[in-house]
Design a protein around this ligand. Structure first.
Ligand SMILES: Cc1ncc(COP(=O)(O)O)c(C=O)c1O
Length: 398
């Protein structure tokens, strides 16, 4: 036994994990992975203290809507907890098809495919359609799920500067016209809160024959009529080939979707490994998303409230002289420019019972280290008063 211990070969991967600097820093400063002990709407309990949640993406505040909760409960009772398998192997369920139909209609598309995570849907929107020899033109600030899709596709990638159609056009000048091309953008950039310059980008895609993919995880529920998203906001339905997104934000559930022509969605079902080999979204989560989609259409007050709160919140931050990176939407970054300032600001908000999330380089460009916040329709006027006090306190701590 002693001899075995002495001669055991080292495992470099184990050592790398044990020595990892980023993990050590994360554990030392503990900014992430907090375990809330309770939640009621936008209020959470952390270490016994009641806090206002200001970093989740429950834009419309539907995660506690009685109709959404009841739909999830009823689906669990009727269908059980899970389908425990992928749809090609043990079948879809009618509730999957119903949600896909509802989403396709809402987004003005022919068809839709729902999956267990927005990450999977958005990744597959690129990975399944681009291939070696193709060129992908990606806004340099797109979400990591899309970068993963790009990597999996084996296509060549060129980045254009953030939300800059001029740069995209310039880049395209250097590329042979016959190369199959894809452009990938987000509807609302999740970190920056910017709305994509879709009209210009869609024109370029048309002129240059580029397949256009839009990740509308943050646009759905926030922009457009009844929250139909970025494409509806710009009236550009026939210009975008594929819309993908998440159901974990305005739809108050989990899961993702890809929506497009019937031909494209059937192609996805044939070619996307993430789609073929991943278990189906559960009955409860499907039902919650479907109910949220109904509520979005029947109760306009949530969207109105979201934008009222957003305007008030942005004014508040502006009044304090904070840099919100020109955010135009409920996703509002507070750019502080260094990880030390971000940590101090985040900590001060926590002391005043407001929960936010830090985002530091390389997750954001150097010098753009920020505290990421998001307003919800569920925040009351009193919540916003308390947030204003906490922000003023945090500013003094800088
Ligand atoms: C722009 C964007 N796309 C996709 C996703 C992935 O969605 P999900 O969290 O539902 O997997 C996110 C999640 O943060 C996102 O912000």
């Amino acid at each position: 036994m002693a001899l075995t211990l002495l001669t055991r070969t080292k495992k470099p991967i184990l050592e790398r994990c044990g020595d990892d600097y980023s993990t050590k820093m994360r554990l030392k400063y503990a900014p992430f992975y907090h375990a809330m002990e309770a939640q009621s709407g936008p209020h959470v309990r952390l270490n016994g203290r009641e806090m206002i949640m200001l970093s989740s993406n429950d834009y419309l505040g539907l995660s506690f809507h009685p109709k959404v909760i009841e739909a999830g409960r009823a689906a669990l009772l009727q269908w059980g907890a899970s389908t425990t398998g992928a749809r090609p192997s043990n079948g879809s369920r009618v509730y999957h098809l119903e949600l896909e139909q509802k989403l396709a209609t809402f987004l003005n598309r022919e068809a839709c495919h729902v999956s267990i995570a927005g990450y999977i849907s958005c990744m597959s929107s690129v990975a399944a359609f681009a291939q070696k020899g193709d060129l992908i033109l990606a806004d340099k600030n797109i979400h990591s799920c899309v970068w993963d899709g790009i990597r999996l596709s084996m296509a060549t990638v060129e980045r254009f500067s953030h939300n800059n159609p001029g740069d995209l056009r310039q880049l395209l000048k250097t590329i042979p016209h016959q190369t199959p091309k894809m452009i990938v953008v987000e509807g609302i950039y999740s970190m920056e809160g910017h709305i994509v310059h879709l009209p210009e980008i869609a024109d370029i895609a048309d002129e240059q024959g580029c397949f256009l993919v839009l990740d509308d995880a943050h646009g759905l529920g926030v922009l457009g009529r009844q929250g139909r998203g970025t494409v509806d906001h710009f009236h550009l339905n026939d210009k975008v080939d594929l819309i993908c997104g998440s159901m974990s934000k305005s739809l108050a559930s989990t899961g993702g979707f890809v929506a497009g022509s019937r031909e494209l969605i059937e192609y996805l079902r044939t070619h996307s490994r993430q789609t073929i080999f991943s278990a189906a979204i559960s009955p409860g989560q499907t039902a919650c998303a479907a109910a949220a989609l109904d509520v979005m259409q029947s109760e306009p007050q949530h969207l109105e409230r979201l934008w009222r709160n957003t305007r008030r919140y942005r004014e508040m931050l502006k009044g304090l002289g904070l840099d919100t990176w020109g955010s135009e939407t409920p996703a509002v970054p507070i750019v502080l420019g260094s990880k030390e300032l971000v940590y101090r600001f985040w900590q001060a908000l926590l002391e005043r019972d407001v929960f936010t999330v830090m985002s530091i380089a390389p997750a954001v460009p150097p010098g753009k280290d920020l505290v990421r916040t998001a307003v919800s329709a569920m925040h009351s006027d009193e919540d916003l008063d308390r947030i204003a006090e906490a922000m003023a306190y945090a500013v003094k701590k800088l």
